[in-house]
Design a protein. Sequence first.
Length: 202
Amino acid sequence: MKIKIDESSGFCFGVVNAIKKAEQELETSSQLFCLGDIVHNGQEVRRLASKGLKTIEHAQLELLFDEKILFRAHGEPPSTYALAERHRLKVIDATCPVVLMLQKKIKKAYQENAGVQIVIYGKIGHAEVNGLVGQTDGTAIVIEGEQDLDKIDFSKVEEKEGDEKSVIGDKDGKVPVKAHHEAHGPKVESAKKATARTRKKV
């Protein structure tokens, strides 16, 4: 039996970059805090923990002062950066460039279109989605599927960002949403292209 590993398999670029930054910092420091698991892989999290990476959650961040903290590839909302500054934390920012691009795009749309409703396709509460919602001062609406469409006022929709990996290609969520847009309002859609390309190849 032959086992072939696809060239696109493994961690995405953003996660690889975050891991490299953590390893580089731990070469000269005995410990480094990370806000949330650096990757959804228990083995890798344990490996980095053995080198001194300490994973904390947002509630613990409130109690952290004068330390180094790594922001993982998922990205964080502006409020997290503000907290880090107040607590004199040195931030090692490993936000994925693709996520950062989406954050900037959403923030621009929010600032330049007063009163416009910004809708984000994604999983409610997911770290990456929280970072995107934070660019709108918490006003963006997050929808996971057809059951959430009643939250949208289609007369106000200007920007709809489809970024969350679990939603891309999800027939139970994304396809009905697209159909509803065609029937009830404008459709402006973008997705995480790197993830979409990988899925298409697989």
